[in-house]
Write a protein that binds this ligand. Structure first.
Ligand SMILES: CC(=O)N[C@H]1[C@@H](OP(=O)(O)OP(=O)(O)OC[C@H]2O[C@@H](n3ccc(=O)[nH]c3=O)[C@H](O)[C@@H]2O)O[C@H](CO)[C@@H](O)[C@@H]1O
Ligand SMILES: C=C(OP(=O)(O)O)C(=O)O
Length: 429
C-alpha cells in the first residue's frame, strides 16, 4: 500500500492550480442518468472517487468517453468527459460498488425519476459518523415514492412517476438536497424544498440541471423550487473549483509560511474559512488569477471555529484547521456540529506532538512551538490531509499511511506541494 513521506520545515512558495471540486463532480456525473443525451463535464478532477463512480455509472449503462486526451498527456490532469446514459440497463446499484463511497447512493434520485424504480445498497464513505439515509427516504416519499429497506438495500418505486410536493428538511443535508433536486426535475408538477443545503456544489448541480432544461429557482438559498419537465437534454458544464482543496492549501501555507497563489479558485466559495485564516495572522488577497496566501514570520494566532452548513465554516476543513491551530501561540477551541465522530485526526496529530483534548464535540487545542515528524495514519480523507499539512510544518520525517484516502479527494497532491518547495514523495511497496 502506498505511503506519503514528508520531510518538514520548508516554506511553500509558488503556484498551486486548484482542481475541479470532488463534491460537485460526483453529483454532476450522477445527473447524467437523468437524460438519454450526452452530458459533457469539463474540469473533471482525476480522483479515485470519480473513477469509482464511473464504474457505478457504467454498471447502469452509462457510456463514458474522455475527450481529446492528447498523446503523452498525463492522465492525472483534469479532463473533459462525455457521459451518455442512452439506455439504463440496470436499476440496481450493488453493495460491492456503493459501499466504497457515500455519494454513490445518490443514484437513487435520477434512477427513480427516470425509470420509476431503483434498488440501491445502503452507502459507505468516510468513517466520520453514522451517516443515516432517513432524510433521503423521507424526502423521496414526499414525492410519492414507495420505499422499503431490506437486506441492506433501499428498494424505491414510483411506477406512475414521481409527483411534485413540498418537503421541509428537518436537518440540512447536502446529499439529500442533491437527490431531491435531481428527482424533482422529472416529477409531475412543482416541488418546493425547504431548509435545503446552500453549498456551492448544490448551486453547481442546479446550474447544470438548468442547462439540461430543468426549471429550478432558488438554488443557493434555503428554499428551492423545481417545476418538473417531461425530459431533460444533454449539456456542457464546467465543474466548479474545489473550495476544500483551496482551503487545505491555504492552511498549509499558513502553517509552513511562504507565499502561494492558489490558481483558478475564488474566495467567495469559502469566505468563512478565509476569515478564520485571516484572524490567525495569514494574509489573503483575491487576485485576478486566484487567491494569494502569505505568511512570512509572526505567530500563528489562536482562533476558535465551529463547523456549520454553508456559508458556515466547513466540516471538511475542520481537521486541517486543527493541524494549523496545533502550532498556534495559544489555546483555541474547535467545535464540530455536523458529524458526531469527526475527530479521528486528534490522536494522530498527538503523535506529531500536538496538545489537543476532547470534550464532547469540542476540541481544545493548546498550540506548541514545534511539531516533530512521526509515522501516522488516518481513517478519512480530510483527516489524512491534515496530517500531511502538519507534516509539512514538523521537524524531520513524517510518513502518512493509508494514502488511498488522499487519492479519493486530492488530485496530484505530491506534485502540487513539491512544485512549491515541499519535500513530499509517494513511497510504493
Ligand atoms: C460527497 C459529498 O459531497 N460529501 C459531503 C457531503 O456529505 P453528505 O451529503 O453525506 O453530508 P450531509 O450534509 O448529508 O450530512 C450532514 C448531517 O446530516 C446527517 N444526515 C444526512 C442524511 C440523512 O439522511 N440523515 C442524516 O441524519 C449526517 O449524518 C450528518 O450528520 O456534505 C458533508 C457536509 O458538508 C461533507 O462533509 C461531505 O464532504
Ligand atoms: C466526507 C467526505 O466525503 P464523503 O461524503 O464521500 O465520505 C469528504 O469529502 O470530506
Amino acid at each position: 500500500m502506498d505511503r506519503i513521506r514528508i520531510v518538514g520545515g520548508n516554506p511553500l512558495n509558488g503556484v498551486i492550480p486548484i482542481s475541479g471540486a470532488k463534491n460537485a463532480a460526483l453529483p454532476l456525473m450522477i445527473a447524467s442518468l437523468l437524460t438519454d443525451d450526452t452530458l459533457t463535464l469539463e474540469n473533471l478532477p482525476h480522483l479515485a472517487d470519480v473513477e469509482q463512480l464511473q464504474r457505478i455509472l457504467g454498471n447502469h449503462g452509462v457510456d463514458i468517453a474522455v475527450v481529446g486526451r492528447r498523446e503523452r498527456q498525463d492522465t492525472a490532469y483534469a479532463r473533459t468527459v462525455h457521459f451518455t446514459a442512452r439506455t439504463i440497463v440496470d436499476t440496481t446499484a450493488p453493495y460491492e460498488l456503493v459501499s466504497k463511497m457515500r455519494a454513490s447512493f445518490w443514484v437513487i434520485g435520477p434512477l427513480l425519476a427516470r425509470m420509476g424504480v431503483a434498488k440501491v445498497s445502503l452507502p459507505g464513505g468516510c468513517a466520520i459518523g453514522t451517516r443515516p439515509v432517513d432524510l433521503f427516504i423521507d424526502g423521496l416519499r414526499h414525492l410519492g415514492a414507495e420505499i422499503n429497506i431490506e437486506n441492506g438495500y433501499v428498494d424505491a418505486r414510483a411506477p406512475k412517476g414521481l409527483i411534485g410536493g413540498r418537503y421541509v428538511f428537518p436537518k440540512v443535508s447536502v446529499g439529500a438536497t442533491h437527490v431531491m433536486l435531481m428527482a424533482a426535475t422529472l416529477a409531475k408538477g412543482q416541488t418546493v424544498i425547504e431548509n435545503a443545503a446552500r453549498e456551492p456544489e448544490v448551486v453547481d448541480l442546479a446550474n447544470c440541471l438548468i442547462a439540461m432544461g430543468a426549471k429550478i429557482s432558488g438554488a443557493g438559498t434555503s428554499t428551492i423550487t423545481i417545476d418538473g419537465v417531461t425530459s431533460l437534454s444533454g449539456a456542457r458544464h464546467r465543474v466548479l473549483p474545489d473550495r476544500i482543496e483551496t482551503g487545505t492549501y491555504a492552511m498549509a501555507v499558513a502553517m509552513t509560511g511562504g507565499d502561494v497563489l492558489l490558481e483558478n479558485t475564488s474566495s467567495s466559495l469559502l469566505e468563512n474559512a478565509l476569515l478564520a485564516l485571516r484572524r490567525t495572522g495569514t494574509e489573503i488577497t483575491q487576485e485576478e488569477g486566484g487567491i494569494r496566501v502569505r505568511r512570512n514570520g509572526g505567530d500563528i494566532l489562536p482562533v476558535d471555529v465551529t463547523t456549520d452548513p454553508f456559508p458556515g465554516f466547513p466540516t471538511d476543513l475542520q481537521a486541517q484547521f486543527m493541524a494549523l491551530m496545533s502550532r498556534a501561540s495559544g489555546v483555541s477551541h474547535i467545535t464540530e456540529t455536523i458529524f458526531e465522530n469527526r475527530f479521528m485526526h486528534v490522536q494522530e496529530l498527538a503523535r506529531l506532538g500536538a496538545n489537543i483534548s476532547l470534550s464532547g464535540q469540542t476540541a481544545t487545542v493548546t498550540g506548541v512551538p514545534t511539531l516533530r515528524g512521526a509515522p501516522v495514519m488516518a481513517t478519512d480523507l480530510r483527516a489524512s490531509v491534515s496530517l500531511v499539512i502538519a507534516g509539512l510544518a514538523a521537524e524531520g520525517e513524517t510518513v502518512v499511511n493509508r494514502v488511498y484516502h488522499l487519492d479519493r479527494g486530492f488530485e496530484r497532491l505530491e506534485e502540487k506541494l513539491t512544485n512549491c518547495g515541499a519535500v513530499v514523495e509517494r513511497v510504493s511497496e
